[in-house]
Design a protein around this ligand. Sequence first.
Ligand SMILES: Nc1ncnc2c1ncn2[C@@H]1O[C@H](COP(=O)(O)OP(=O)(O)OP(=O)(O)O)[C@@H](O)[C@H]1O
Ligand SMILES: [Mg+2]
Length: 399
Amino acid sequence: MSRTLLVLGAGPAQLGLLAAARAAGVRVAAADRDLRAVGAALADELVEVSVEDEDAVRRVAEELRPDGIVAPGTDFPVLVAARVAAAIRLPHPLSPEIAEAAVSKRRQRELFAAAGVPQPESRVTRTLGEAEDAAPALGFPCVVKPPDRQGQRGLSLVRRAGELPRAFELALAASRGGDVLVEEQVDGPELTVNAFSVAGRFHPLTVTDRVLAEPPAFGVALAHVWPSEQQVATCNLAIEAARAAAEAVGVRDGPTYTQVLLGPDGPRVVELAARLGGGHDAELCEAALGVDLNRLALAAALGDPVDEADLRPGAGQGGACVRFLVPPVGTLERVEGRDGAAAAEGVHWVRVYREPGFELRELRTGADRAGAALATGATREQAFERADEALARVRLLTA
Ligand SMILES: Nc1ncnc2c1ncn2[C@@H]1O[C@H](COP(=O)(O)OP(=O)(O)OP(=O)(O)O)[C@@H](O)[C@H]1O
Ligand SMILES: [Mg+2]
């Protein structure tokens, strides 16, 4: 009898894992509060529920009795998955305690400090007054964010004191627990370390360059490019920082996605996520190295053993890139050119996340991106160009 996996989320961030589960013959029940989510077609069953609502997810799980639960691409549901799995005694790569640390930037700051993991300097504040004390001490520009959100919700770069009240208000409004982090801005390029741990052994896979949008879309990724243009020694320092971060948080099994900024005095860990990257990073890894990271995450979620041979990079490609589609503003009427774009040389796929009728907004956060393309090539530059040209052929026509 085929096994059942409960996947928290059916949005763009879950597409790769949903497809991998289907390919593996696993029955997929996907939970999402939006029944029109782009991944709905990849699920055998769609349950309308907010994946942030632990009680509701638990009720779904009790009824469904799945063989595993996974939140592949978004943060807070990682904790929901771990708690519900523990409650109904399913095998799961993360304990609720470790998952709690994995979804809290604040807790990570404490754990990293205790373990000596390099990170941006930061202060926890609860009032604008506290933030006004913290910001000049850290220096402008600084970064203000809620400690328990993702996808750049409530995140701002604050260039001068006058911008602080609004940034604080945005972060406070998004914060679940009422804390707001004020951080030193680490000025330098950014790497993402995608890795997979087996029984406490951290296996680094792809290290990618995160190409960033300009403010006001501060922190939004426009592309992930592999291999990094940084020197191998620099990438290795980022890998060591990510390894130390995983140890500090206590992740011993399953995927990790670690954001590392390269400051003038070395790497600093922005945060670690105990899941796959939400920007098709696992598919990029498979295209780049031949390591099927979605399949590995699926195994972890079902409690299946992972063969470390499956983590060994193959001959690989010269370069690989996920490039995101920044949409025009307006009501989406029609999408043209996608099939032609996807058929171009080196292009693995082109995705549009939105259906006609969707209100496309100006780019502010990752959720405003409207699609993506994955391409490979002889070099990182060629992979980037191919993905970029593919997206240039996709036309989102608005009213
Ligand atoms: N202290 C910092 N210094 C410099 N850049 C930062 C800092 N904090 C965040 N950023 C930028 O903003 C991006 C998102 O930051 P962060 O991960 O803290 O927020 P998030 O809401 O979790 O976003 P995501 O879902 O993309 O991870 C980072 O990848 C980085 O580019
Ligand atoms: Mg983050």
